[in-house]
Design a protein around this ligand. Structure first.
Ligand SMILES: Cc1cc2nc3c(=O)[nH]c(=O)nc-3n(C[C@H](O)[C@H](O)[C@H](O)COP(=O)(O)OP(=O)(O)OC[C@H]3O[C@@H](n4cnc5c(N)ncnc54)[C@H](O)[C@@H]3O)c2cc1C
Length: 330
């Protein structure tokens, strides 16, 4: 078993762990950061780098380099409530250098800090290394046990910091209780392509009981559809026909198809269903035919479902679910 001695062992290479590791290494402290994944690529997580974080990057002397990474700037926040567009916040009065939110995937931010951390001799970032337990010495936490694909490691440290996220292994091993603050919402995530002429800034669209936030990721929109906490199952049970607006569904599905270069049969199937929901049955049938041509032979379940939908559309029936559609057909 490998043994390491360091001043500080941090578990978790998220924003907390990487930032702390960087700051300690910069201050000359030896630090080992353990991250169980091979990379920082966690999609749908953390697109906004806030003015306060950008100010920290300025204070660290990293801002200029950091802003060379691809990002877009949000200088004001506007929402659409019904048909009204309102500016609800702008950042020009903030006493900071960057009076904007930078939209950038979290993995770019983490890669950047990790790469810069490596300039300091005391920064030891170990990817694919999962903390499994705490080491106790005389009743005190004295480090971390971890594993890689090949080995077990013991990291003995003067200070151990658990930054291993919301399901923290080390928090549980240390016996800490969690106070759950119950966020009042859940979010359904999806992406659609960006078209020329789309707005550059964040789009927030609020209707009675519904909110859609669209984050500009340059060549596509990262979309967050906010629903009340715990209602994801209700949405599923109620069926997608209640969830979606047929006209908007077409525009979103067309973009989803565009983003996959018209080569994804499932995307085309979704677009066909959206066409049928708005009564455009001929387009729906033509689109399903395109999907059928692309579907691999062995995917017989999807092929059968598409065949069934074509029959429905030929009868001028939208797809709701096969059972209710079949009952209506009798
Ligand atoms: C869907 C979603 C969208 C979000 N959007 C934004 C946003 O736009 N802007 C924003 O500022 N914040 C956003 N957040 C919040 C932000 O992602 C979190 O606040 C932030 O990631 C928390 O950082 P962290 O370092 O504490 O934990 P995490 O980011 O969860 O990092 C924990 C890390 O520890 C690693 N790990 C876990 N267990 C172990 C182990 N046993 N050993 C080693 N490593 C381990 C994990 O792989 C992970 O990399 C979003 C969160 C979610 C879920």
């Amino acid at each position: 078993m490998m043994q390491i001695k360091t001043t500080c062992c941090i578990t978790g290479g998220g924003p907390a762990g990487i930032t702390l590791g960087y700051l300690l290494a910069r201050a000359g402290v030896s630090v080992v950061v353990l991250e169980k994944h091979a990379d920082f690529l966690r999609d749908f997580r953390g697109d906004t780098i806030h003015p306060s974080t950008l100010e920290m990057m300025h204070e660290l002397g990293l801002l200029e380099e950091f802003l060379k990474l691809p990002h877009s700037k949000v200088r004001q926040l506007s929402v659409q409530i019904g048909d009204d567009h309102l500016v609800v916040g702008h950042f020009e009065h903030l006493p900071v250098h960057c009076k904007f939110i930078a939209l950038m995937p979290q993995w770019d931010f983490l890669n950047f800090l990790a790469e810069n951390g490596k300039r300091f001799g005391g920064f030891d970032l170990r990817m694919r290394t999962e903390a499994t337990d705490l080491i106790f010495d005389d009743g005190k936490v004295a480090g971390v046990r971890a594993k890689t694909a090949e080995d077990q490691i013991e990291i003995h440290a003067d200070l151990t910091v658990a930054c291993d996220g919301r399901h923290s292994t080390l928090r549980e091993r240390a016996g800490f209780n969690v106070e759950n603050l119950h966020a009042p919402m859940d979010v359904m995530w999806f992406r659609i392509s960006r078209n020329d002429g789309d707005p550059a800034e964040v789009v927030a669209h609020i209707e009675s009981g519904r909110m859609l936030v669209m984050l500009n990721r340059n060549d596509y929109w990262q979309c967050a559809y906010v629903i009340p906490k715990g209602t994801a199952e209700d949405v599923e049970h109620a069926g997608l026909d209640k969830f979606r607006n047929a006209v908007e569904a077409i525009s979103f599905a067309e973009r989803a198809v565009a983003i996959t270069g018209q080569r994804d049969p499932i995307g085309l199937d979704v677009l066909a269903v959206a066409y049928a929901a708005s009564g455009a049955f001929d387009k729906a049938i033509a689109t399903e035919r395109e999907a059928q041509l692309l579907l691999p032979e062995q995917n017989s379940t999807a092929a059968a479902a598409i065949r069934d939908r074509v029959v429905l559309f030929q009868k001028r029936l939208p797809f709701v679910d096969l059972h209710s559609a079949a009952s209506r057909d009798k």
